[in-house]
Design a protein around this ligand. Structure first.
Ligand SMILES: [Zn+2]
Length: 122
């Protein structure tokens, strides 16, 4: 993250949770990844192998397995001032927002545009 830009006129923003995408997750039968007996690396390798087999199976058959398919919404916190993904930064009551010994950084704001976050919201 770059350092906060100069704040000429203190502006404010709100943060809202925005739907930005949706993906599908599948939970395979547990034999596919031997959960209790493997490391995360082994599980990933097992699952990649299983996905290849499963895709081949779906191409050739009508599946009777109880595979759980889930649509997973993907959310992002957005800054209302610049419409980018909100990343918090701390600002002080100084002309440029940078803290000094007397005026510490006490306001949370958007790291991208420097808008100070209003109370409330997401
Ligand atoms: Zn912003």
């Amino acid at each position: 993250m770059s350092t906060p830009t100069t704040i000429m006129q203190p502006k404010t923003c709100t943060v809202t949770r925005v739907l930005v995408d949706a993906t599908v997750e599948i939970t395979p039968p547990s034999y596919a990844y031997r959960y209790w007996r493997t490391t995360p690396e082994e599980r990933q390798a097992d699952l990649e192998r299983w996905v290849k087999e499963f895709q081949a199976f779906l191409r050739d058959h009508r599946s009777q397995d109880a595979n759980i398919l889930s649509v997973v919404p993907v959310y992002e916190n957005r800054c209302s001032a610049c419409d980018r993904e909100y990343e918090p930064a701390m600002y002080a009551d100084t002309p440029d927002g940078h803290p000094t010994a007397e005026r510490p950084a006490i306001h949370e704001g958007c790291a991208w545009c420097g808008a100070l976050r209003e109370k409330g919201g997401a």
